[in-house]
Design a protein around this ligand. Structure first.
Ligand code: MCA
Ligand code: AMP
Length: 519
């Protein structure tokens, strides 16, 4: 079979081929002043890959990683690809119960964690059958690097087919049950190649792009869209260990590209130093992971003279649509997520599966080389989410306007997106309902000036019980990632219900929508 797309291979091989010919030029400059050359990336990822290979694991073993953001953490990702294993990134906010669920389901052979979490993480990992637990800290210490320092810096990339698994990304799901989205080398490589072309990345020979990388690297946006984007274009990165709006504005003069979630744009706009001078060398601002308010889009244009390019994607699919980058491809329109990317087939369907006409609102369904292989060990769930003709049901509601721009108008899935992180109400409600004295609960999303949307919990008590909202929130904090914690909690006599007995979340959303409105 001929591989016309050039994606039937190990993704790392393609990224490595794009490194600039001058391997001693700077690939990454960190916010703490460290410099990494392209040769450093090549050698260090080789050493880590040799370490992984030396463990004698079966091909496609899962390597689960919950560590603070660092260049070494990104190198571990590259090493996992190089060694032909499967990367499983975990948000650092996840608490032990959440990590136990993911590790229990994925059964990774290797787990890498921060040294301060070694005690509880290793207990979970060894109970799930993991063979090795290493530590990696953001100050370049830990057993992983110690062991890798003894390994050779020469490594031959392990051959992988495009269809082989490269990564598993967990999402909590609308039922509260976690699902691991399986992404292949070809899924990720095809998406990186499409974005290279569509976003007009400039290779070093064309003057080069410099990306400000300020996103976490345990989700699609920071790990794939941003990191692959820079690597496959041989572009330098200015690397922030965490997002700091003030520091990002200071570094913009030395960069050409920024990618962020809407909360980051809101915080950047609050920086007095943000203006036309600060962005004088910038070429492109990309926003995604959550809806970008039209006010933010407009204010950004007024303050900086740049029009933010909004795009849309999912963990299961990587990037699906994008506003145009080049003027020749069209204008960037606020409140829209642009056109389906080349190679992505996107349609809007009614509940009974009819393809809808432009302007009609329905469920967004997608098909393409970027669409995942299914949920890890959940063939039934996978089947449910795909149509008979191979389209993935995104759970997003939208329309395609008369000019072909995709507009996302809502979600059929019960999901809150807070500061770019997904919060599935079913998971939080199940935790609250487990608490003594709780009769039932509902978590609804309401507008928030910083995070876009945040969760508000509405709870009822069992007869004769008096519940304290602060206690509920404190208990949740001990069990769940911080971004999932409701920003407010109310104890009420009853939840509103419709004639069928279903809780009317729309009424709760309406009731609490003004909670965080700026006064
Ligand atoms: C932090 N907090 C949050 C969030 N982040 N609350 C709600 N939503 C959030 N997203 C809370 C913490 O619990 C804490 O509360 C307080 O804010 C400060 O925490 P800190 O860690 O200091 O927050 P921060 O550093 O200011 O983080 C804000 C952030 C971060 C930079 C916007 O949330 C972030 O990096 N978001 C990006 C997420 C992302 O990369 N998403 C891409 C997913 P307390 O003090 O009460 O404990 S990929 C995806 O969605 C698809 C594929 C796509 O299209 O990209
Ligand atoms: P995740 O499961 O973290 O990959 O989140 C994917 C979801 O984020 C999508 O299904 C959308 O609901 C949402 N999303 C991503 N980008 C955008 C965007 N530009 N506008 C609105 N929603 C978005």
């Amino acid at each position: 079979m001929t591989d016309r797309s050039g994606t039937d291979r190990n993704l790392f091989e393609a990224l490595r081929e794009a490194f600039p010919s001058d391997l001693d030029s700077i690939a990454i400059e960190t916010d703490s002043g460290l410099l990494y050359s392209w040769r450093d990336l090549d050698r260090a990822s080789a050493m880590l890959a040799n370490l992984l290979q030396g463990l004698g694991l079966p091909p496609a073993s899962r390597i689960a990683v919950q560590v603070e953001k660092s260049v070494e953490a990104a190198l571990l990702y590259l090493a996992t690809l190089r060694a032909g294993h499967v990367f499983l990134p975990l948000n650092t906010a996840y608490q032990s119960g959440e990590v136990e669920t993911f590790v229990g389901n994925a059964e990774p052979a290797v787990v890498v964690c921060s040294s301060c979490n070694f005690g509880w993480v290793s207990k979970i990992a060894f109970s799930a059958g993991s063979q090795y637990v290493f530590t990696l800290d953001d100050d370049r210490t830990g057993s992983l690097l110690q062991r890798a320092s003894l390994c050779s810096d020469q490594h031959t990339v392990v051959a992988r087919r495009g269809d082989d698994l490269a990564a598993i990304l967990y999402t909590s799901g609308t039922t509260g049950r976690s699902k691991g989205a399986m992404l292949s080398h070809a899924n990720l490589l095809s998406n990186a190649l499409v974005l290279k072309q569509y976003w007009d990345w400039r290779t070093p020979e064309q003057g080069g792009d410099v990306l400000i990388h300020a996103l976490p690297i345990f989700h699609v946006h920071g790990l794939f869209v941003a990191l692959h984007g820079a690597l496959i274009n041989g572009s330098k990165m200015i690397w922030f260990s965490r997002f700091d709006a003030h520091a990002v504005v200071q570094r913009m003069a030395g960069a050409t590209l920024f990618m962020g979630v809407p909360t980051m744009y809101v915080r950047l706009l609050a920086e007095p130093a943000l203006g036309k001078d600060a962005v004088r060398n910038m070429r492109l601002f990309v926003s995604g992971s959550a809806p970008l308010l039209i006010e933010t889009f407009t204010q950004w244009r007024e303050r900086t003279g740049h029009t933010i390019l909004e795009r849309y994607g999912m963990s299961e699919t990587a990037m699906l649509t994008s506003n145009p980058c080049r003027a020749a491809d069209g204008e960037r329109r606020g409140s829209t997520v642009g056109f389906p990317l080349p190679g992505v087939e996107l349609r809007v369907c009614s509940e009974d599966g009819r393809s809808l006409a432009p302007g009609e609102i329905g469920g967004i369904e997608v098909r393409g080389p970027n669409v995942f292989k299914g949920y890890w060990r959940m063939p039934e769930k996978t089947r449910e989410e795909f149509t008979g003709d191979g389209y993935f049901r995104t759970g997003d509601l939208g329309l395609i306007d008369a000019d072909g721009y995709v507009n996302i108008v809502g979600r059929s899935k019960d999901l809150i997106i807070s500061g770019g992180y997904n919060v599935y109400p079913a998971e939080i409600e199940a935790c609250i309902n487990d608490m003594p004295g709780v009769a039932e609960s509902a978590l609804v999303g309401v507008p928030h000036p910083d995070f876009g949307e945040v969760g508000v919990a509405v709870v009822t008590a069992k007869p004769g019980v008096v519940l304290a909202p602060e206690r509920i929130v404190a208990d949740l904090k001990a069990r769940l990632a911080n971004f999932k914690i409701p920003k407010r909690c109310f104890v009420v006599p009853d939840l509103p219900r419709n004639a069928m007995g279903k809780v009317q979340k729309n009424l709760l959303r309406e009731k609490y929508k003004g909670l965080f409105a700026p006064s």
